[in-house]
Ligand binder design. Structure first.
Ligand code: SF4
Length: 469
C-alpha cells in the first residue's frame, strides 16, 4: 500500500475521490473492533488490546512528545498488568512501539492523531454479556452486518422463469423505499459501521434516482457494488458509474447464443423485442462499458454472473468465448486499469425457488458436477483473459437445501434489505416471509433487527443445516 499524507493511493483510486472521506473507520464490537479500509473495501478484526490502543488516539488526549505518548498508549493497552514483572513490561512496550510504527507506515495514525474516523456505535448489553462467556471470536455475533444487499426495486423488464425476485411474496399496500428513505438508510448503515453496500434489483438501474443514490453512498464513505444487467449499460449509466468511480460490478449474463438468450430472458413475453437485439445490445453496451473503464484507468472488479439452469447449461463455452471476444476487441490487457482476476465469469446454479420448476429448469446433481468439472477444466492459466469461477459444490441432492454448496454469509456477516424495507438474513429468507413489523427498517434500527429472534433462528437453523442435523 502506498502512503501519501495518510491516504493510500492504491489501485488508481483518485485523490479527488479519497479527499471526501477518511480511508479508515473503526466500529466497536463486544470482543474488540473492526477497522474498515475503504480503498480495499475490507474489514480487519482488532482484538480488545488493539482496539484500546486505537481508541487512545480519540480526542486530543495523546501527548505530542513521542516517549510520553508511548507511555500513554502502553497504559491504555496494559494498564498496571505488568507492574510486578519488569521484563514483561519491557517486552510489551516494545510490542506497542512496533505496532505504532506499523500503523504510521500504513497511514492509520500520524504522531498523536488517528487519521480515520471512529463510528462510536454502541455495543448492546446482550452482546457484552455473551462476550464474557464466549471465548471463540469467530462465532461471536456482530453488532451489525458487515455488508448489505439493498434491493432498490423488484420490478424488472425481463421475465426470466428462474427469477427469485418474481417469487417474492406479494405485499399488499407495501411501497418501494423512496429516495429520502434510501438516503436515510445509507446514513443509518454508516452510523452502525456498515460500509459495504450492493445495490441490486430487479432492474435497479431503471430507478430514476439510481445514480444519485449510488453517489450518496460513496459520498458517505461506503464501498459500493452495483448489480446491473449488461443491456442496461446505456451511455448515460456508464458515464455516471465511471465518474462516480464505482469499483465493483456484477453484470448479469444470460447466454452466449441468441436463441438461448431469448429463452432465458423473455420466454413467454409476446411483446419481447426481437431476440437478436437483446443479446447484441448486451455485447455492444458491455463493450462500451469496458472500453470506458479502460480509458478512465480506474480499477474495477467486474463479475459477469450467470444463473445457470438447464436452458443455458450447454452454453458455457459460448459465454466464455463471447466474453473473450469482447475483451480482445477492446484490446484489454492487464495493466489497463485491470489486474488479473478483476474480470470474472461466475457460473452459479440458479436457486431452485421458482414454481415454474417442472423438473426441466434447475440443474440436477449430475449437471452440477458437469458445471464444476467444466469450470475446473477451462480455468487453466492463459486460456481466457479472465477467471472462471463457480460457487457450486457437489452435494447429494437428497439432502440439498437451496443454500447448500454456497459460502453463504447471509445472516452472519451480511443481510438483505428488500425493496419495501424488510431486512432479512439473505434474499432467500425474504421469499418465505412477508414484511412485518419485526423486520421493517422503517420501524426498527438496523442493529435491533440484526439481533432479533428471526435472525437468531436463522443462525441456529443454518448451523444445524451445516452440521447435517
Ligand atoms: S433479469 Fe434478473 S431480476 Fe430480471 S427477471 Fe431476469 S433474473 Fe429476474
Amino acid at each position: 500500500m502506498c502512503v501519501n499524507a495518510g491516504l493510500p493511493v492504491g489501485d488508481n483510486l483518485s485523490r479527488e475521490a479519497l479527499s471526501n472521506f477518511p480511508e479508515f473507520a473503526v466500529r466497536n464490537e463486544a470482543w474488540g473492533s473492526f477497522i474498515f479500509v475503504r480503498s480495499l473495501g475490507r474489514y480487519y478484526a482488532l482484538d480488545k488490546q488493539m482496539s484500546n490502543l486505537l481508541l487512545a488516539y480519540r480526542g486530543e488526549g495523546l501527548s505530542q512528545d513521542k516517549d510520553e505518548r508511548l507511555d500513554q498508549l502502553y497504559r491504555a493497552v496494559y494498564g498496571n498488568a505488568d507492574a510486578c514483572d519488569k521484563s514483561k513490561e519491557a517486552l510489551n512496550r516494545k510490542n506497542i512501539q512496533q505496532v505504532v510504527m506499523l500503523l504510521e507506515a500504513r497511514g492509520v495514525v500520524k504522531d498523536s492523531r488517528f487519521l480515520g474516523k471512529f463510528v462510536d456505535n454502541v455495543v448492546p448489553d446482550i452482546l457484552q454479556a455473551e462476550d464474557e462467556e464466549n471465548e471463540d471470536a469467530e462465532k461471536r455475533k456482530l453488532v451489525a452486518p458487515l455488508s448489505v444487499n439493498l434491493q432498490l426495486t423488484r420490478t424488472c423488464r425481463n421475465h426470466c422463469r428462474h427469477c427469485w425476485v418474481l417469487q417474492m411474496p406479494s405485499a399488499d399496500g407495501a411501497r418501494e423505499l423512496d429516495k429520502k428513505e434510501v438516503k436515510e438508510l445509507i446514513e443509518r448503515l454508516v452510523a452502525s459501521g456498515v460500509f459495504v453496500i450492493n445495490f441490486c434489483g430487479g432492474f435497479a438501474v431503471g430507478r430514476k434516482d439510481f445514480a444519485e443514490l449510488v453517489k450518496y453512498a460513496i459520498d458517505k464513505g461506503m464501498y459500493v457494488n452495483v448489480s446491473v444487467e449488461g443491456a442496461a449499460l446505456t451511455k448515460e449509466v456508464i458515464a455516471n458509474l465511471i465518474s462516480l468511480e464505482v469499483r465493483n460490478y456484477r453484470i448479469g449474463l444470460a447466454a452466449g447464443n441468441v436463441t438461448t438468450w431469448d429463452n432465458m430472458r423473455r420466454p413467454n413475453n409476446e411483446k419481447a423485442e426481437k431476440s437478436s437485439s437483446s443479446r447484441d445490445r448486451f455485447v455492444k453496451r458491455v463493450y462500451d462499458f469496458l472500453m470506458r473503464h479502460k480509458q478512465s484507468k480506474h480499477s474495477a472488479k467486474i463479475a459477469f454472473r450467470v444463473a445457470v439452469v438447464k436452458t443455458n447449461s450447454g452454453e458455457y463455452l459460448n459465454m466464455a468465448q463471447m466474453l473473450r471476444d469482447i475483451l480482445s476487441e477492446i484490446k484489454l490487457k492487464i495493466g489497463d486499469g485491470f489486474k488479473k482476476g478483476d474480470v470474472v465469469l461466475h457460473l452459479d446454479p440458479a436457486w431452485a425457488v421458482s414454481p415454474s420448476n417442472d423438473g426441466n429448469l434447475f440443474l440436477n446433481e449430475n449437471e452440477i458436477k458437469d458445471l464444476i468439472a467444466w469450470v475446473n477444466n477451462n480455468n487453466a492459466d492463459g486460456q481466457y483473459p479472465f477467471i472462471i469461477e463457480t460457487r457450486a459444490k457437489e452435494k447429494s441432492l437428497a439432502k440439498r437445501h437451496t443454500l447448500d454448496g454456497f459460502e453463504e454469509p447471509g445472516g452472519f456477516r451480511s443481510c438483505f434489505i428488500s425493496w419495501n424495507g424488510g431486512m432479512y438474513p439473505n434474499a432467500e429468507w425474504s421469499l418465505t416471509r412477508k414484511l412485518d413489523k419485526d423486520n421493517d427498517i422503517r420501524q426498527h434500527s438496523i442493529g435491533d433487527i440484526w439481533l432479533n429472534n428471526d435472525f437468531s433462528n436463522f443462525r441456529q437453523h443454518f448451523d444445524r443445516m451445516q452440521l447435517g442435523l
